[in-house]
Design a protein around this ligand. Structure first.
Ligand code: GTP
Length: 556
């Protein structure tokens, strides 16, 4: 296929603005899929994706399109819409020369519209603004065009107004892809060089990597090297994605497709890595970043007997997602488990949901935490406000865009939910990592009758210590049964107690119910009480049921 008749593009949008719906229309119009209701959102393959209506893994399709008597090869690279996956978006973008920037005609520019725009802009791609959902009663494409002019400096004449749902003007989108996006700058005579922009694991064939060929050609049997690990593999199979796999003999410069080369782990074909021929080494493509976990949570089996099952489920799921980090961990309260690292909260929720849906695993997930670096010096004396405003831009008369520097910990817990409810769902939010910052953090202990409960020790910001400590004490008070003596539940920083709840004494006489002296009945009850105690953990003189820890540690 001549390179000048290839176009590589992706669709970027704020969540729910209609990216997958438009992709479906483009696939139908180019004959890649039949036009039926069943094919709704074919690119969203995972069950969680269909349920949540969001794209988690990027999927790709090569489309053949006839334009003015010429056949074009349009490679559509689908990207995840959520902020947690912005690195995947940035890699997909670097495989393209242009993007369709979808904006909902009703909602206008939102946080991820801006974040995605800048990814495309920095990569110097042609940006085609597409205003979607013009069929909606409250659609206001005029205003959205003004926003686009103001915020992105793109003339309103360049916007295409469509309804992806009804197919209105979608043909114009295909024409714009051909006319406004340049062909890839890829030369068949250069050495073979390809970008890995997605990879997944297949139980029978190993790793299937999606690649964009930046130069040269590759065929079955070639020896290739992945630049990041420097390991050599033999190509077993390659081909185009339409969106199902269509094996071919070769892949050429400018093409996008898949390759299978005996890799056993997605970590061998990481997103952003470069592939080249063993006999023709080339410099790796810029921008490779190993995925970095930002949010950590403990995962434990409901029951320790389920440990092996959960372990293999986690192993199989992480085979497909190289961005999840796994470390074995154990908690006195919850037993043996793992500490998993995720790109963000949604990533964590999706992982958890997939564990439950695809592997039938039931898990206890602890409240998420973020990484800290401790510096043991007086620099912690620096007084630090939790959020600092960076800038503020009015998008139009009704919308304002504000930038803040936040500690990640403030965001992971409930910030997003709070923002949504305070703004009745109107505000949208996006974030990027700004690195480690000094902060006034302290270690807080929870004490039961003066004994520290090791598994509940946490790191908190000094300003949050009181409210967090109080909430933890209250939860413990609710879930520890009364015992024969009074129990003080305290939160303390060093030797200073900052919050306290009291559990009143109560003598639980299990034999009170036995009238008379039926000895077997008595024994049975005593045995039951002893069994109950086995599920308890003793801290000092206090018996704590396992559920109490779970209640305090678990996410809301
Ligand atoms: P993510 O994959 O999560 O980023 O979402 P998305 O951007 O792919 O959005 P999706 O295509 O799933 O569409 C979101 C919702 O908007 C769905 O309920 C669609 O049916 C609806 N929708 C998409 N396009 C149109 C349109 O042109 N008109 C109307 N009325 N609804 C649309």
């Amino acid at each position: 296929f001549p390179v000048d008749r290839i176009r590589n593009f992706c669709i970027i949008a704020h969540i729910d603005h209609g990216k997958s719906t438009l992709a479906d229309r483009l696939l139908e119009m180019t004959g890649a899929i039949a036009k039926t209701e069943k094919n709704k959102q074919v690119l969203d393959k995972l069950q969680v994706e269909r349920e949540r209506g969001i794209t988690v893994k990027a999927q790709t399709a090569s489309l053949f399109y006839n334009h003015q008597g010429q056949q074009y090869l349009l490679n559509l690279i689908d990207t995840p819409g959520h902020v947690d996956f912005s690195y995947e978006v940035s890699r997909s973008i670097s495989a393209c020369q242009g993007v369709l920037l979808i904006i909902d005609a009703n909602q206008g520019i939102q946080a991820q519209t801006v974040a995605n725009f800048y990814l495309a802009f920095e990569a110097q791609l042609s940006i085609i603004p597409v205003i979607n959902k013009i069929d909606l009663k409250n659609a206001d494409p005029e205003t959205v065009e003004s926003q686009i002019e103001k915020v992105f400096d793109i003339p309103r004449e360049e916007c295409i107004r469509i309804s992806a749902k009804l197919g209105t003007n979608v043909e114009q989108v295909l024409q714009a892809v051909v006319n406004r996006i340049p062909p890839p700058m890829a030369h068949i005579n250069d050495p073979f060089k390809a970008l890995v922009f997605d990879s997944n694991f297949d139980h029978y064939r190993g790793v299937v990597a999606n690649i964009a060929v930046f130069g040269g050609r590759v065929k079955k049997g070639d020896k290739i090297v992945s630049a990041h690990l420097g390991k050599t593999y033999e190509v077993n199979e390659l081909g185009l994605l339409r969106p199902d796999e269509h094996p071919t003999q070769k892949l050429f410069a400018g093409q996008v497709g898949y390759i299978i080369a005996g890799m056993k782990d997605v970590k061998e074909a990481q997103i952003g890595d470069t592939l080249y021929l063993q006999q023709q080494p080339v410099e790796a493509l810029p921008g490779f970043k190993p995925a970095k976990a930002m949010v950590f949570a403990g995962m434990y089996p409901m029951d320790q007997s389920e440990y092996p099952g959960l372990r293999s489920a986690i192993e199989r799921l992480t085979l497909n997602d190289s961005s999840v980090t796994v470390q074995r961990d154990s908690s006195l309260a919850l037993g043996a488990g793992w500490r998993l690292g995720f790109l963000g909260l949604l990533h964590m929720e999706v992982f958890n949901q997939r564990l439950e849906q695809e592997y039938n695993a039931s898990v206890i997930v602890t409240a998420p935490t973020v990484p800290y670096k401790a510096v043991l010096s007086s620099a912690k004396l620096i007084k630090n406000r939790r959020a600092t405003q960076k800038n503020m831009v009015y998008i139009d008369d009704h919308r304002v865009m504000m930038k803040y520097l936040f500690p990640l910990n403030e965001i992971v817990v409930d910030f997003y939910d709070l923002l949504k409810s305070l703004s009745s769902g109107y505000a949208s939010f996006d974030y990027e990592n700004a690195g480690y910052q000094a902060a006034d953090l302290i270690k807080m202990d929870i004490l039961l009758n003066g004994q520290p409960v090791e598994e509940l020790t946490t790191i908190v910001h000094r300003d949050r210590a009181y409210s967090t400590g109080k909430a933890m004490c209250e939860k413990l008070q609710d879930s520890i049964p009364r015992q024969m003596f009074e129990i003080a539940v305290q939160a303390a920083i060093g030797s200073k107690v900052i919050a306290r709840e009291t559990i009143k004494a109560y003598r639980k006489n299990v034999l009170a119910k036995c009238y008379g002296g039926d000895i077997t009945r008595k024994m049975k009850l005593l045995k039951k009480q002893a069994e109950g105690k086995k599920k308890m953990r003793r801290i000092g003189n206090v018996e704590v049921p396992k559920d109490a820890f779970i209640n305090v540690l678990k996410r809301k």
